[in-house]
Ligand binder design. Structure first.
Ligand code: HEC
Ligand code: HEC
Length: 288
């Protein structure tokens, strides 16, 4: 019965939820810090913002000496240091571990997720506490700030996790994963991932996220969360349909293939309007 209630791909989500609840104290501190920052209060002396000023050298060099580093950008960079313990320096999480990268993702997608955490459509992490008291205008500013960061991507981990033993078996799983990503499986009602996430899987403006560059554990966690009703997007939730149509072996295959792809030469999301319409399934989010 345990296998019925906790099928394999769901486990990373549970593990991650436990990992993030173990960080509860840190999260509460950070939440207090982020809320104070959102309200315009000065950061507490021990706050992470005090450790370094992430003002790009070029920009600070252009700033007249008498103006302190309080331009809107510098101020936002300082406030967003609250996110770096989990999302990595400037929001560019590594390709391993669980935390998703947020730098360079489409602004509409980031905004939708921050709203989803606040509204309880995504659960089980410190994110809900962090955004609880932030209004839409501030969430839009946060989304715009991270979307505009253009930073290099880490290569995929050298030894991909959970590859089946034996070169032939691993190659077969990767081939299945690539087929699902590029062509889908019409018999199962699974469209190609590229039909919505873009030909290079780097996302599409304004609100479709890229998939390449996300850690495997995170991909597994998200597909599992959709299947078990822990993640929801605006209705109709096309990803819920897709996740429910994929079986465990497909989820293993498609996440393994995606997470083993080297970063594309250009990781920027594709321009708005570049997807063939209509999309293979209707999605309530993604286009706005
Ligand atoms: C205590 C750790 C922690 C901190 C601090 C944190 N996050 Fe997160 N964040 C997470 C985790 C874990 C997830 C993945 C949640 C899930 O499994 O659905 C996440 C997911 C996100 C997502 C969704 C990404 C996606 O691809 O869907 C966004 C956007 C985000 N965080 C923004 C922020 C911002 C902005 C801050 C700072 C104000 C921040 N986070 C601080 C842990 C954290
Ligand atoms: C019909 C369009 C469509 C197709 C096809 C599609 N997706 Fe998605 N996907 C979306 C939308 C829209 C979102 C954003 C949902 C939201 O706003 O929460 C999304 C989000 C995701 C996310 C969350 C990314 C993150 O950063 O948290 C993952 C993972 C994902 N899709 C995987 C896949 C995989 C794997 C496939 C192929 C098997 C696929 N998708 C096919 C529309 C699609």
């Amino acid at each position: 019965m345990a296998s019925m209630t906790e099928p394999m791909p769901e486990r990373p989500a549970h593990r991650a939820a436990r990992r993030s609840s173990a960080r509860g104290v840190l999260a509460r501190l950070l939440a207090a810090f982020a809320v104070a920052a959102a309200n315009g209060a000065p950061a507490v002396a021990q706050g992470p913002a005090q450790r370094s000023a992430p003002v790009p050298a070029q920009r600070s060099a252009q700033m007249p000496a008498q103006i302190p580093a309080q331009t809107p950008d510098a101020d936002m960079a300082r406030r967003m240091l609250a996110c770096t313990p989990c999302h990595g320096k400037e929001g560019r999480a590594t390709s391993a571990g669980y935390f998703p990268r947020i730098a360079g993702k489409p602004a509409g997608y980031l905004f939708n997720q921050l709203v989803n955490f606040r509204a309880g459509r995504r659960h089980g992490t410190a994110m809900a506490d962090l955004v609880e008291h932030m209004n839409d205008a501030y969430l839009r500013d946060i989304a715009a700030y991270f979307a505009a960061l253009d930073l290099p991507y880490a290569p995929p981990p050298q030894t991909p996790a959970q590859t089946p033993p034996g070169a032939a078996a691993a190659a077969a799983v990767l081939a299945r994963g690539e087929a699902l990503a590029r062509r889908g499986d019409p018999q199962r009602g699974v469209p190609a991932c590229t039909a919505c996430h873009g030909a290079r899987l780097t996302g599409v403006l304004p609100a479709l996220p890229g998939l390449v560059g996300l850690p495997r554990d995170y991909l597994l966690g998200q597909l599992g969360a959709w299947r078990q009703g822990d993640r929801h997007a605006a209705s109709p939730d096309c990803m819920e349909t897709i996740a429910r149509h994929l079986d465990d072996a497909d989820i293993v295959a498609v996440t393994l293939w995606i997470s083993s792809q080297p970063p594309a030469a250009d990781m920027k999301p594709a321009a708005a309007g570049t997807l063939a319409q209509p999309l293979p399934l209707a999605c309530g989010s993604g286009l706005q």
